[in-house]
Design a protein around this ligand. Structure first.
Ligand SMILES: [Zn+2]
Length: 252
């Protein structure tokens, strides 16, 4: 079989046999692909740091069912500014783990590929603000067909006009005032901004104020967890970093 070039982001890698690594890639052309990088443990010359999580590559690939073969990899970007900042590492690691867990094998998702690369670029060149993470998640769910239903009660199906009272139910489901007696109240600003996330393709275009950020976060965390069979490893890491940073005293 002939090798072909593909744009790719490394979602994860592990050692395999004596000198090889198995790498999970999100490729633009083939979607999620697991492949063997022969000699990757020994030959720094062939792969270097290219197989680190969230590295952006141009790979030479022989795609097969099961394990593909990674013949070579050129680095497009290792995102050095992300790697110099622990919180950004947490955010990028979280983004690739979410993609890895949600993507089926071997089905191309070019819109999700562009979303993930745009998020990594935004993290590399921006502040890594929490709104961008929520923007990423809202769009990821939408692309995968799990769009948050904000205009309808998830229990009784009642239509919810923009200013109708809503609450966050289990699994990030939006509930009307009759079905949702407990749970976080979801304000109209949160609904509006989440809608805006799907209407614009640009990171940084939507900034959630603190209350809306908390509400959107509860909906999105709930919805993401509901579609996964086990918790995300990177989420615990991300929460720990954010808790540590929040506890650092600010010296004027
Ligand atoms: Zn209802």
């Amino acid at each position: 079989m002939e090798a072909s070039r593909s744009e790719a982001i490394v979602l994860g890698a592990m050692d395999y046999r004596e000198s090889d690594r198995i790498v999970t890639l999100f490729t633009l052309q083939h979607g999620k692909v697991r492949g063997v990088a022969k000699g990757a443990k020994r030959s720094m010359r062939r792969f270097g740091g290219a197989l680190d999580p969230f590295a952006r590559l141009s790979v030479e690939l022989v795609v097969r069912e099961g394990l593909s073969s990674i013949r070579g990899a050129d680095i497009v970007s290792l995102y050095p500014r992300i790697r110099a900042d622990l919180r950004k590492i947490g955010l990028a690691g979280y983004a690739v783990e979410v993609a890895e867990r949600f993507l089926p094998d071997g089905a191309p998702y070019p819109r999700l590929f562009r979303l993930l690369t745009a998020y990594l670029e935004h993290l590399e060149h921006g502040e890594g603000e929490p709104s961008a993470r929520r923007f990423f998640e809202a769009n990821l769910l939408n692309i995968l067909g799990y769009r948050l239903a904000l205009e309808q009660c998830g229990a009784c199906g009642a239509e919810l006009p923009p200013d109708a009272p809503r609450r966050c139910g289990p699994a990030g489901v939006v509930l009307c005032a009759r079905c949702g007696r407990v749970g976080t109240i979801i304000g109209p600003e949160t609904v509006r901004l989440l809608g805006l996330c799907l209407a614009t393709g640009r990171f940084g275009a939507v900034a959630f104020p603190p209350a809306a950020l908390r509400e959107a976060g509860e909906l999105l965390d709930g919805a993401i967890a509901a579609h996964l069979t086990r918790p995300l490893n990177s989420l615990a890491f991300l929460r720990q970093i954010e808790a540590d940073l929040a506890s650092v005293p600010i010296i004027p």
